[in-house]
Design a binder for this molecule. Sequence first.
Ligand code: NAD
Length: 444
Amino acid sequence: MAETTPRTIAPAKGKLGVLCVGLGAVASTFMAGVELARRGKARPIGSLTQLATIRLGKRTENRTPLIRDFVPLAGLGDLVFGAWDPIPDNAYESCLKCGVLDKHEHVEPIREFLQGIVPIPAVFDQYYVKRLSGRNVKPGKSKREWAEALRQDIRQFKQANGCDRMVVVWCASTEIFIQPGATHQTLATFEQAMDANDVSIAPSMLYAWAALMEGVPFANGAPNLTLDFPALEQLALDRRVAIGGKDFKTGQTMLKTVLSPMFKARMLGVAGWYSTNILGNRDGEVLDDPESFKTKEESKLGVLEYILQPKMYPELYGELYHKVRINYYPPRGDNKEGWDNIDIFGWCGYPMQIKVDFLCRDSILAAPLVLDLALFFDLAQRAGFSGVQEWLSFYFKSPQVGPGLYPEHDLFIQHTKLKNTLRYLMGEEQITHLGVEYYEYGKE
Ligand SMILES: NC(=O)c1ccc[n+]([C@@H]2O[C@H](COP(=O)([O-])OP(=O)(O)OC[C@H]3O[C@@H](n4cnc5c(N)ncnc54)[C@H](O)[C@@H]3O)[C@@H](O)[C@H]2O)c1
């Protein structure tokens, strides 16, 4: 494909404020990791913005800069962190409680930095997260009042820290399952519902509304509905703000979106896929509530349906039995174990099995995603990309897409989409992997 004209991208000057909703395991591990990387005490492994290269032009050109040298991203030194949380622990206390990072090697050396990140009182309502309670919450009773207070927080943080730009990333607990309804259709119905304290307006939606009203990009790392509906999508367009979600794609679902395209590419059948997880962190405890689990389950189940296309291939995937379980098991803490049993079948219908046992660390996998999302959403905003950022589907289990589109779940298609978008932004040729130009028959 031909080169395009580069987009005009505002420079990444000054500080970028990263406000996380939630200062639990993921957010505190992310902030600590960035600070350790800034001090040269740890490597930002898992982050494309920090480590990945991008091929430009033909394979023979040998042009493969680092992504961060190719597109104008904010540097790690320019990031300033803040958070809201109903639990009053600062980032140091949160790191110690969550127990993800080694206390002596990775927490104590940056103690002062972490203690400086103190959560702003949250907009929190236990109706939406049953297994959690906290006292660091905003006073007031009306959803409008809370949402306006969040706008004020964003402004205040920006001013107090001398930030040039801001990004908000939802790293808070998974809320109960809410389906989009009449109140989510237009901004008018949404705001009326907010004024009426309607139950369909969850706290995460108030954070999203506040960010959009302040012109701040919002990325949703949990499966909550949050801003995945017409009213807030329209608000994002009206306010020219980049948005996206949902649910960080880290462990089991990442594997699923790698293995299932392989089965489909080779036209192998799948009879069943049983996924179970044990984890013992606070996220696991929240997800032990059936209503929060339902939100997560929907996000995890959708993947196979889209990748395998059972309607198109009924004999291979029409009868697929897909089950996902999450079990709260405190001894494991943040070190999740995800088992997958996959029953596949091949030539003449002969059955085979694949077992995957992923002994992972949830927040270690999620932290680099928070970093990349913060930097890429800021880039998108500076490039004038407003509304849903489908090109960042790579990071999400349940990617938000524009109206009338289905999400792309295959990790490698998502990866290509991401890199091609970066090439597009910089006016470089798209890479199609056609490759005939290297051979005589392609030159005819
Ligand atoms: N770690 C992963 O691999 C992964 C992957 C995908 C999604 N997620 C999601 O990311 C989120 C964070 O995960 P975690 O392990 O850090 O969980 P966590 O329980 O350690 O932290 C979540 C924090 O959010 C806070 N919170 C809850 N409601 C809030 C509100 N209304 N406002 C502000 N703060 C609020 C909680 O008090 C808690 O401190 C969860 O929703 C989880 O499902 C994590």
